[in-house]
Design a protein around this ligand. Structure first.
Ligand code: SAH
Length: 376
């Protein structure tokens, strides 16, 4: 037993600890404090992450006495309330209310037999990219690791029969590299094969607006890396992504990309939002080819998704195809990202505000869990 207990029902905050907020080694301390054998930690985490139980009482291979002991120190707090907005194209946007009444959004995108979940890492965003709705909120706060993981578990709770997540992208609200500790903790839980969600790191992609000095840290996580380039000169990037480009100008960013320790058979992804009349000319495409010369990569073009009170516009399809063909002719692998979920403001750059128009369908979440339900 530890001399000074870390977990007390009468701790200063007055609340028992949320089991989901513990990383594995802190949970081991809790188990030790309870005087239980060490292997109980994996057992406990399997209940949390593999079986996704919502109360300690559901942990049926713990004895009644053990469950009572655990309940005195801890509880399970998942999202309090979730709304699901369904787009006419099958995309589902999940709006989750956090403990402090803020909300975050995750988007589930079905496409050609795949099911991709786009996760948020901050409430709002540290950065100020001019074409992004989330940026207009400013940063409300960083998400905790368990709030990133809960987005995945909440969606898993709502998958239909036969539906399985095939990939995760950290591309929702926020800049993941501005909240790296929480992202690291979340990835550890999402990828753990013994007690965690068991999602392979190669199926997870982290997208950054270009925080060059932290790219090396991403390599250590084993996930894929995407960089939102969006401009081909510093003058242009300064206008579109002022904060991040002042910190990490283009040459600095591309040098970090070239130095990135890419594992065999992997490549970087460069995202490029196409803004009509701003960064979508043939000269832009040619400059982009030069910038990416020698980098093992693919390019995702994202035609701008509109939201109200924004001066940018989506380029015509013909311009998008022209831009793509310049890149293709230069030998780059380039894809145009389908903009899914636009009718529920669920597409890239549209997260952060509930639609003012009536949603297509608003489904209250199953499994709504009040904090008090644990005590019953
Ligand atoms: N901060 C991270 C992840 C969130 S943004 C990043 O910048 O990568 C995810 C992607 O959406 C980025 O590639 C961004 O450039 C793009 N994006 C932002 N607003 C957009 C909009 N209105 N239309 C299309 N893409 C947008």
């Amino acid at each position: 037993m530890l001399a000074i207990p870390l977990f007390r029902a009468d701790s200063a905050s007055g609340y028992p600890v949320n089991l989901l907020s513990l990383d594995f080694s802190t949970a081991e301390q809790l188990i030790q404090e309870l005087g239980w054998p060490r292997y109980r930690t994996s057992q406990l985490f399997r209940w949390l992450y593999r079986k996704r139980v919502r109360t300690i009482d559901d942990m049926t291979d713990f004895s009644q006495i053990e469950r009572t002991q655990l309940r005195q120190l801890a509880r399970i707090i998942r999202f309090q309330e979730v709304q699901i907005l369904r787009s006419s194209d099958g995309t589902r946007k999940f709006v989750a209310r956090l403990e402090d009444d803020l909300s975050i959004e995750s988007v589930l995108i079905p496409d050609a037999g795949r099911l991709t979940l786009c996760l948020s890492t901050q409430v709002g965003c540290t950065l100020d990219c001019r074409f992004c709705l989330t940026a207009t909120m400013g940063l409300k706060r960083n998400l905790h690791a368990h709030e990133i993981v809960d987005q995945v578990m909440t969606v898993q709770d709502h998958l239909g029969p036969g539906e399985r997540l095939t990939s995760l992208v950290l591309m929702g609200m926020g800049e993941p590299l501005a909240n790296f500790d929480a992202v690291t903790g979340a990835v550890a839980t999402m990828t753990n094969l013994d007690w965690g969600l068991g999602i392979p790191a190669r199926r997870i992609t982290l997208s950054t607006a270009g925080m060059a000095s932290r790219l090396q840290d991403v390599a250590a996580l084993g996930v894929n890396l995407a960089i939102s380039l969006n401009a081909t000169t510093n003058a242009q990037r300064d206008r579109l992504m002022p904060t991040v480009n002042k910190l990490h100008p283009l040459d600095h960013l591309l040098a970090a990309c070239r130095a990135y320790p890419l594992p065999p058979h992997r490549r970087l992804t460069f995202e490029y939002v196409l803004l009509g009349g701003v960064n979508d000319t043939e000269q832009d495409a040619k400059r982009l080819v030069k910038l990416l010369n020698g980098i093992r990569c693919k390019v995702n073009l994202i035609p701008f998704n509109e939201f109200s009170d924004n001066a940018f516009r989506r380029p015509d399809d013909a311009i998008v195809l022209q831009f793509q063909s310049v890149l293709r002719r230069a030998g780059l692998d380039v894809f145009v990202r389908k903009s899914k979920g636009r009718d529920v403001l669920g597409a890239c750059g549209q997260l952060g505000d509930l639609p003012r128009q009536k949603p297509v369908l608003l489904t209250p979440a199953r499994g709504y869990c009040e904090p008090a339900c644990e005590l019953s």
